[in-house]
Design a protein around this ligand. Structure first.
Ligand code: F6P
Length: 325
């Protein structure tokens, strides 16, 4: 017999398309297994405010096709403090919540890990972020949809760029993560991709544009990950004009990438992960994450998933460069 009778769910950090599918899967699996489920509104911040409500099988009806999260989310820097986590643990115990499922990124996982190690509350992390930057899992919920959103936008930009023989710099999300930029670059035949934490090679960008024009291309698209440089698109635009006399337009895709209906891949992944999270708690797992490795959804110790994945494959960079000659 499982010791877990009541679980709570929260979303934390940036929302990602597919979070609702995960919430639905958790609630429906829990109800199916005879557990009570609560939703915590607005992430760790909401937990601290006691913003908790019961969820039933019907309260998660008609949500799986929608982006965002019905539980809402927040970034909660106070959760880095020991005292704040102590207060959160008290609230969970007072409300007789036995275990917590956290859907979010590496920061959210760190909060969950500490709640478990400091206060013994069983936790399961479900990777939900468009950045696909959580160690230990091949994919995070929302990444595929975000890439699709960005690719749709860049395809449209390509139409007008071709019509006017223009160069565009398109800024995509992923502050410290190269994943969206690289995948969008591959999908849209970008002439160059600028990744975060990389020294920008302006000479290469200019020569890639120049080479394309010389062989008859009617447009150039540079995909730039927003990175740590504020306004990276405009930085590149300025440099191209001043040093190489190349005029370029800048388009910042921004939060449009995070919204919208989740793709089938994200819906399936989120449903499988939500289901597994509940099964894992019933089976007495106390500090794990649901991950997907080589196409299989499974459990990993949460500790393996606490760091941000920032590395990228040089093969993918090579692919962008080779295919856009
Ligand atoms: O959730 C991840 C992410 O979308 C990053 O790609 C981006 O840098 C950041 O969140 C933006 O955060 P916010 O919506 O809080 O401005």
């Amino acid at each position: 017999m499982s010791k877990i009778k009541t679980i709570a769910i929260l979303c934390s950090g940036g929302d990602s398309p597919g979070m609702n599918c995960a919430i639905r899967a958790i609630v429906r699996t829990a109800v199916h297994e005879g557990l009570e489920v609560f939703g915590i509104q607005k992430g760790y911040q909401g937990l601290l405010e006691g913003n908790v409500r019961p969820l039933s099988a019907s309260s998660v009806g008609n949500i799986l096709q929608h982006g965002g999260t019905i539980l809402q989310t927040s970034r909660c820097p106070e959760f880095h403090e020991v005292e704040t986590r102590k207060e959160a643990a008290h609230i969970l115990k007072r409300k007789k919540i036995d275990a917590l499922v956290v859907i979010g990124g590496d920061g959210s996982f760190n909060g969950a890990y500490k709640l478990q190690s400091e206060h013994g509350i069983p936790v399961i992390g479900i990777p939900g972020t468009i950045d696909n930057d959580i160690s230990g899992t091949d994919y995070t919920i929302g990444f595929d949809t975000a890439v699709k959103n960005a690719v749709d936008a860049v395809d449209k930009i390509r139409d007008t760029a071709n019509s006017h023989a223009r160069t565009f710099i398109v800024e995509v999300m992923g502050k410290r993560s190269p994943a969206i930029a690289l995948n969008v670059g591959i999908c849209t035949g970008a002439e160059n991709v600028v990744l975060p934490a990389e020294k920008i090679d302006f000479n290469k960008i200019a020569s890639d544009i120049d080479r394309g024009i010389k062989r008859g291309k009617t447009s150039s698209i540079i995909i730039a990950a927003e990175g740590e440089i504020e306004g990276v698109g405009h930085v590149i635009q300025k440099e191209l004009k001043e040093k190489f006399n190349i005029s370029a337009h800048v388009c910042i895709l921004g939060h449009i990438q995070r919204g919208g209906n989740p793709n089938p891949m994200d819906r399936v992944l989120a449903s499988q992960m939500g289901h597994l999270a509940v099964k894992a708690l019933i089976a007495d797992n106390k500090c794990h994450a649901t991950v997907v490795r080589l196409g299989k959804v499974t459990l990993a110790p949460l500790q393996e998933c606490l760091t941000k994945k920032t590395e990228f494959s040089l093969d993918e960079v090579d692919l962008v460069n080779t295919l856009s000659i």
